[in-house]
Design a binder for this molecule. Structure first.
Ligand SMILES: Cc1ncc(COP(=O)(O)O)c(C=O)c1O
Length: 392
């Protein structure tokens, strides 16, 4: 029997309707969207439709959507694009060339995905200064901390919309009110949020936004970056003039069609999906809590959280070991035991979660194809593993 899949935050299976929409573009409709003949025109039309579909899901204009190879590229483009544009252009660029000064400053949170944290680390090499704002025990950023961290050199604040491990949803609207009033750009990563909670670029008032196909029932290796009209970015990929000259490389047509279709499905099913995911997740939580009581600790915000994400610590256990003893479930853990040493989740560390609680954490994330029976069975399997003694 296949394990019960409770790892939708790691990746999602393709929706059958996504596969169906992609198939013609993997077979007969193979044209290059840059070609001016019939084959190319059909491909270009399909890519444009996908752009409209992505834009519609996030409340953007199609011209504000740049297709990428995934969430990692989108965030790299946003972050490096803003910083390099400032380093090389305008008065600050002139001053830095004249005096060798590099006066750029970026602010991120302590629990960003590596797709954000690592490009920012890389930029330190170019003299970019970085501030990392803390999160509280539930994983929330305090907008006042962002406000205090902004200096006259700050060019970008990048705070994820929701966290992949704990699901905590950040107060992006409050943060954008601050960044706007200070003339600082705001980037947010909605890779985990799309299709689970409403996301609208104007309501959030963000300048840049990252999305990833494979968290949304589209393929891996495709994503998009939203760039608000008027925002200046340097390119990440240099080459021919694809994506309005902003991202070189022949379009991955079938994957873009898959992404567009996935966005349409997410848009149509959102209110119902939110309710369904929350019901399944809460049932799983309840089943575990009924038996384990205080020996089960919820990580993340109790309410301001993705409706599909349940990160819980089984006190007295190492999360990774517990999952190894539960082969009937496919789930994730930020903590694992290697050669007798427990490695802990940096996200939970940043939240100040005590070591024992951190070690016992397991991330259970439900999705579109999770059933009620799977939830009941998963609870039973986990409870059986909790009761069975750990291997020496
Ligand atoms: C919050 C978040 N951002 C970015 C990414 C990276 O996206 P991709 O795998 O498409 O590069 C992920 C994927 O794990 C993610 O969870």
């Amino acid at each position: 029997m296949k394990p019960i899949y409770l790892d939708y935050n790691a990746t999602t299976p393709l929706d059958p309707a996504v596969v169906e929409a992609m198939l013609p573009f993997l077979q007969k409709q193979f044209g290059n969207p840059s070609s001016t003949h019939e084959f190319g025109l059909r491909a270009a039309e399909a890519v444009q439709l996908a752009r409209v579909q992505v834009a519609r899901l996030i409340g953007a204009s199609p011209e504000e959507v740049i297709f990428t190879s995934g969430g990692t590229e989108a965030s790299n483009h946003a972050i490096k694009g803003v910083v390099f544009a400032r380093l090389t252009r305008g008065l600050s660029g002139l001053l830095s060339r004249l005096f060798g000064q590099r006066d750029t400053h970026v602010i991120i949170s302590a629990i960003e995905h590596p797709a954000t944290a690592q490009p920012v680390e890389y930029l330190r090499r170019f003299g970019c200064r970085v501030s990392i704002v803390p999160v509280d025990r539930t994983g929330l950023v305090d907008p006042e901390d962002v406000k205090r961290a902004i200096t006259r050199d700050t060019v970008l604040v990048s705070i994820m919309h929701s966290n992949n491990e704990i699901g905590t949803l950040q107060p992006i609207g409050e943060i954008s009110a601050i960044t706007r009033s200070r003339g600082v750009l705001l980037h947010t990563d909605v890779a985990q949020s799309l299709g689970k909670v409403p996301v609208d670029v104007d309501e959030l008032s963000v300048d840049l936004l990252t999305l990833a196909g494979h968290k949304l029932y589209a393929p891996k290796g495709v994503g998009a970056l939203y760039v608000r009209k008027g925002v200046t970015l340097d390119n990440l990929m240099h080459g021919a003039g694809h994506e309005q000259g902003r991202r070189a490389g022949t379009e991955n047509v079938p994957y873009l069609i898959g992404l567009g279709t996935a966005c349409d499905i997410a848009r149509d099913s959102l209110p119902e999906a939110m309710f369904r995911l929350r019901t399944l997740r809460d049932r799983l939580h309840q089943r575990l809590r009924e038996v384990l009581g205080e020996r089960l600790v919820l990580n993340g915000h109790p309410e301001k959280r993705l409706p599909n994400t349940l990160n819980v610590s089984f006190l007295g256990h190492v999360g990774g070991e517990l999952l190894q003893r539960t082969p009937g479930i496919a789930a994730s853990t930020g903590s694992a035991c290697h050669e007798g040493k427990v490695s802990r989740s940096p996200v939970l560390c940043a939240m100040g979660v005590p070591l024992e609680v951190n070690a016992g954490a397991v991330r259970l994330s439900v999705g579109r194809f999770t059933t009620e029976e799977e939830i009941e069975r998963a609870a039973e399997l986990l409870l059986t593993a909790v009761r069975s003694p750990a291997r020496a």
